[in-house]
Design a protein around this ligand. Structure first.
Ligand code: KG4
Ligand code: ZN
Length: 380
C-alpha cells in the first residue's frame, strides 16, 4: 500500500510517499519520495520559530512540494480531477495563495495510486498544523482517500525503524528530545505508550537555543553550542571551574525535567562577568552541555531501571548532539537512533507512524472532524 505523509507541525514543510507492507512485528517499507523544506533561514532573524511565518511558508510550499513528491515517486500522471472549487475554498479559505496553487495543479492530474494520507495533527504549533491538515482534507476530498491523523511524537519514535534491520524488542524506553519536546516514554509495544516524564518548562532544544542567544550565537543554537563545547573538550580534559551550572532535578526522584532555571543561571553568570571572551563562550557551552547531558542520561538510566526495559529508542533534533549521543551509548543498553536526516522533523516518520496505525486497525475518523491539537499527548 502507498501512503502519503504530510508534516507541518513546526518549521519544516515535509512530504513523503512510502510503499509499505508486511506485518506489525517488522514493518517493511520503501521510500518512494521524501522532500523537506526547512524554514530555518526565515526564522533565524527572530531567534526562534515564528508561528504566523511558519504558517505562511507551509501554505506557499505544500502544493509545489506535492507536485515534486508525486513526480519523484513516479505517481504524477496528467489527467483530470474534478471537484468543486467552492468546496476547496472552504477547506483552504484562510490561505488564498495555497488555494490558487492547488487549483492550478490538481485539476490537471489523475488520482494518484495512494491509499492513505497520514497527516500530523499534533503536538505542535496550531496555525502550522492546520495548514497541513487542511491540505490533507482537500486532497482527501478531491481524490477520495482516507486520512490517518498522526501524533508527531509517535513519528519520532518510529523514525528509528529506518536505521535498523533488527526487530526492536519491547518494552522500550523512548527519549524524545527536540526544540519543542523533552519526554521519556514507555513504549509497551508498537502502539501502547505511557509518558514517564517530561519537561516542566523549556524543551531541551529550546534551552540550547536560549543559551546560545545569551552568549551571542545565532539560531538554531544547538549546533553552535555543541561546536564550541567540542573545541573546549578537545583542548581540556576537564571543564573550567570558572563556570558552574546546576544539574536541575537530577535528584528529584521522578522522571521530569526542567531547563528554564539552568538557562537563567547561565544568564546570571554571563551578566555578572565583565567581559565574555571566545574562550569563555567555549567553556560556558561545554559546562551547559555537560549539565543537560548528565540530567538526560541519569533520568534515562532511571527510566530503564524502573520499567525493566532493555531497549532505548532516541528521537528528535537534539540527537544531532554528539556528546549527548555518546553518553547515551555509554549506558550500555541496546539503543536505536534515527539517521541524521530523520532526527529532525520529517514526513517519512509520519507516513511510517500512519502505516503502523493501519496495521493496528485503528478506526479512521471522518476527515471533516480532524482538528489540530497543539498539546496532543502520546498516552491519550
Ligand atoms: O526536532 P527538531 O528539528 O525540531 C523540533 O521539533 O523542535 O529540533 C530542533 C532543535 C533546535 O532547538 C536545535 O537547536 C536543536 O534541535 N539541535 C541541537 C543540535 N542540533 C540541533 N541541539 C544540540 N546539539 C546539536 N548538535
Ligand atoms: Zn519534532
Amino acid at each position: 500500500m502507498k501512503i502519503l505523509g504530510i508534516e507541518t507541525s513546526c518549521d519544516e514543510t515535509s512530504l513523503a510517499i512510502i510503499e509499505a507492507n508486511m506485518g506489525v512485528k517488522q514493518p517493511q517499507f520503501s521510500t518512494l519520495a521524501h522532500n523537506t523544506l526547512s524554514q530555518i533561514d526565515i526564522h533565524k532573524e527572530y531567534g526562534g520559530v515564528y508561528p504566523s511565518l511558519a504558517k505562511r511558508e507551509h501554505s506557499k510550499n505544500l502544493t509545489p512540494l506535492l507536485e515534486k513528491t508525486l513526480n519523484d515517486a513516479k505517481l504524477l500522471k496528467e489527467g483530470k480531477t474534478k471537484y468543486s472549487e467552492k468546496e476547496m475554498a472552504k477547506l483552504l479559505i484562510r490561505e488564498p495563495e495555497m488555494l490558487r496553487q492547488f487549483n492550478s495543479l490538481i485539476p490537471r492530474l489523475e488520482k494518484p495510486d495512494i491509499e492513505y494520507i497520514a497527516v500530523t495533527v499534533g503536538p505542535g504549533l496550531e496555525p502550522a498544523l492546520w495548514v497541513g491538515i487542511n491540505f490533507a482534507k482537500a486532497l482527501s476530498k478531491v481524490w477520495n482517500i482516507p486520512i490517518i491523523p498522526v501524533n508527531h511524537m509517535k513519528g519520532h519514535v518510529f523514525s528509528v525503524i529506518t536505521n535498523t534491520k533488527e526487530e526492536i524488542q519491547y518494552p522500550a524506553v523512548a527519549l524524545l528530545i527536540s526544540g519543542g519536546h523533552t519526554e521519556l516514554v514507555l513504549a509497551k509495544n508498537w502502539s501502547e505508550y505511557k509518558i514517564l516524564g517530561k519537561t516542566r518548562d523549556d524543551a531541551i532544544g529550546e534551552a540550547f537555543d536560549k543559551v546560545a542567544r545569551i552568549i551571542g550565537l545565532p539560531y538554531p543554537g544547538g549546533p553552535e553550542i555543541s561546536k564550541l563545547a567540542e573545541i573546549n573538550r578537545q583542548n581540556y580534559p576537564r571543564s573550567a571551574e570558572k563556570w558552574s551550572f546546576p544539574r536541575p532535578m537530577i535528584n528529584s526522584g521522578d522522571l521530569d525535567f526542567s531547563f528554564s532555571g539552568l538557562k537563567t543561571s547561565v544568564l546570571y553568570a554571563v551578566n555578572k562577568a565583565d567581559k565574555i571572551t571566545e574562550e569563555d563562550k567555549q567553556e560556558i557551552a561545554r559546562e551547559f552541555e555537560d549539565a543537560v547531558t548528565e540530567v538526560l542520561v541519569s533520568k534515562t538510566k532511571k527510566a530503564m531501571e524502573k520499567t525493566g526495559a532493555k531497549t532505548l529508542i532516541v528521537g528528535g533534533g537534539v540527537i544531532a548532539n554528539k556528546h549527548i549521543r555518546q553518553e547515551l551509548e555509554n549506558l550500555g543498553v541496546k539503543t536505536y537512533f534515527p539517521t541524521h536526516k530523520l532526527s529532525t522533523d520529517n514526513a517519512l516518520m509520519i507516513s511510517i507512524a500512519g502505516y503502523i496505525d493501519i496495521l493496528n486497525n485503528i478506526l479512521l475518523p471522518d476527515p471533516e472532524e480532524i482538528k489540530a491539537q497543539g498539546n496532543l499527548k502520546l498516552d491519550k
